[in-house]
Design a protein around this ligand. Structure first.
Ligand SMILES: Cc1cc2nc3c(=O)[nH]c(=O)nc-3n(C[C@H](O)[C@H](O)[C@H](O)COP(=O)(O)OP(=O)(O)OC[C@H]3O[C@@H](n4cnc5c(N)ncnc54)[C@H](O)[C@@H]3O)c2cc1C
Length: 489
């Protein structure tokens, strides 16, 4: 059984007992809590699409590992064509959820682990790769949802890890024994982890000699003893908590992007789930391979899907207002489409230019340059799309009253009348579309898009490492027939 139904996925979550806190209280049941439920719904949808005849070609694929069809979010790409499908799956998932994909960080971490464990075994004679592939087989056979955790609290950024007064601001091995390792520390901003079956953990950054205890990668079930989730809580969380009717929220079913801090308090990890432990030179490889894969996802696939939601809402509002012929609005909508297509083009280019990395590993990763360009480009493009949508939407994007006023006998007739633009459209629809745009333009998505997969400086640093200007210099030398340096003449 490699593909679970959405109902089986929900049943399987009931067996897990993650320790979750939100808004100062314990979340007794993540399926019942209104905010954590949104993550369950989002993950559940990915199970439905993998079985849906209309979407299964993108959302599932054949796995040679288990010799049957698996959810694409559990598969490691083995060709450029699969990287392209990966990109398409990202856009499809994001545009239909209108929120975080949640499963993409784990999926991208799988790519990095498959590639780097293979390389470590080749270079160091370790046995991590078969161990990781065995783990992946188990994930695929049981069709598990896997979240990915890299980001750490960290200490003062102008000091090295070993100089921080608290050694646990980066996740650290505190004990090693015959059975496995024990870790202490935390990961922050982790998307949807409590509603996944498993967490796959990578180092956040490169490590040097002396930092071996921080050079770790492993996987654990999400309700492992010692793991605690402290969830984000935002005005949107409070709104959902208090809403009489979820239909009035900007994204009723799938909600906002939900994250949590994941605390590891002396968590035991058996050796068969440890994929990197002490080989500090390979931490950087794990991180950069994850980063280029995830930047393709965040920059060139999921934000393309998000922009489709924003463009759709802006277009509807243009029509409600009878502004179809307003040339500046048509220009703005065109600009939004251009921004979206530039994002998509970068994502697809990263996939099409992807390569087996390292050669012989059988693992295909997106192109480093284009993955980073995709993310860097979308950081600004997304703010711009938000601004354009805000202009088209008008002040109502942030001033719309509650949909409950449509049932309030004191004002309902006024609300019906004065929020209808005199159009034939039901006023409720008009109000809901404005709420959706509020969710996109005045909520968590701007900063979320900027920082998810790393802030812009991280992409710029990476680009400066990979850009090689020799081709361009040689072109100029050839065009002008420049002479050799004096010392070389
Ligand atoms: C919605 C959302 C979902 C996320 N989901 C996940 C997830 O599922 N898994 C996961 O692992 N992570 C996740 N992240 C984390 C994300 O990858 C980080 O937020 C991102 O890498 C930025 O790190 P930070 O938030 O600690 O910001 P910081 O690193 O603190 O960045 C803040 C500023 O400080 C600058 N800065 C930081 N360090 C230095 C330095 N040493 N020198 C100079 N300048 C510096 C940065 O350039 C930036 O300008 C998510 C983040 C968001 C917002």
């Amino acid at each position: 059984m490699a593909l679970k139904t959405p109902e089986e996925f929900e049943q399987s979550l009931k067996k897990l007992k993650p320790r979750v806190f939100m808004n100062g209280r314990k979340v007794e049941d993540i399926l019942e809590n209104r905010n954590t439920r949104t993550v369950v719904e989002a993950n559940k949808a990915s199970y439905a699409w993998a079985l849906d005849p209309n979407h299964k070609e993108i959302m599932s694929c054949y796995s040679p590992l288990v010799k049957e069809q698996v959810n694409r979010y559990t598969h490691v790409s083995r060709s450029r064509d699969e990287l392209v499908k990966k990109a398409e799956a990202g856009t499809f998932t994001a545009e239909n959820l209108g929120t975080c994909i949640y499963r993409c960080v784990g999926y991208d971490a799988f790519h990095s682990l498959a590639s780097t464990t293979w390389e470590m075994d080749r270079d160091l004679g370790t046995a991590y790769h078969p161990r990781f592939m065995e783990y992946l087989r188990m994930v695929q056979e049981n069709d598990l949802s896997v979240a990915g955790a890299l980001t750490e609290p960290r200490g003062s950024r102008n000091k090295k890890t070993l100089d921080w007064p608290d050694p646990y601001l980066s996740l650290k091995v505190v004990e090693k024994n015959k059975e496995g390792i024990v870790v202490r520390g935390a990961k922050i901003n982790i998307s949807g982890a409590y509603a996944s079956h498993e967490l796959v953990v990578l180092p956040q950054s490169a490590h040097s000699q002396g930092e071996e205890d921080y050079a770790i990668a492993f996987a654990v079930p999400s309700d492992t003893k010692g793991i605690t989730y402290v969830c984000q809580y935002t005005p949107y969380s409070a709104e959902r908590d208090m809403a009489d009717d979820l239909q009035e929220l900007g994204n009723p079913l799938f909600g906002q992007r939900e994250t949590s801090m994941v605390i590891f308090d002396h968590v035991f990890v058996p050796w068969e789930r440890v994929f990197h432990c002490g080989e500090h030179r390979y931490s950087a490889k794990l991180v950069t391979r994850f980063a280029k894969t995830h930047r393709m996802t965040c920059g060139g696939t999921c934000k393309v899907g998000f922009m489709n939601q924003i463009i759709g809402a802006a277009k509807l509002i243009q029509e409600y207002k009878g502004l179809e012929k307003a040339s500046h609005i048509n220009e703005q909508l065109t600009e939004m489409v251009v921004l979206r297509e530039t994002g998509r083009a970068c994502g697809l280019a990263a996939a099409h230019k992807g390569a087996e990395d390292p050669e012989g590993s059988g693992v295909f990763l997106p192109d480093e340059m284009m993955g980073n360009v995709a993310k860097l480009n979308i950081c600004n493009a997304f703010w711009r799309a938000m601004a354009l949508a805000g202009d088209i939407g008008g002040g109502l994007v942030v001033t719309m009253p509650s949909l409950k006023e449509l049932k309030n006998p004191e004002v309902k007739d006024y609300v019906e009348e004065f929020y209808s633009f005199g159009s034939d459209e039901p006023t409720e629809n008009i109000m809901k579309v404005h709420k959706l745009l509020q969710n996109w333009t005045a909520g968590l998505h701007g900063v979320g898009t900027w920082h998810g997969a790393g802030p812009v400086m991280a992409q710029k640093i990476m680009l400066q490492r990979v850009i090689d200007f020799s081709h361009e210099k040689n072109l100029v030398k050839k065009t002008l027939r420049l002479k050799e340096k004096k010392s070389e003449q």
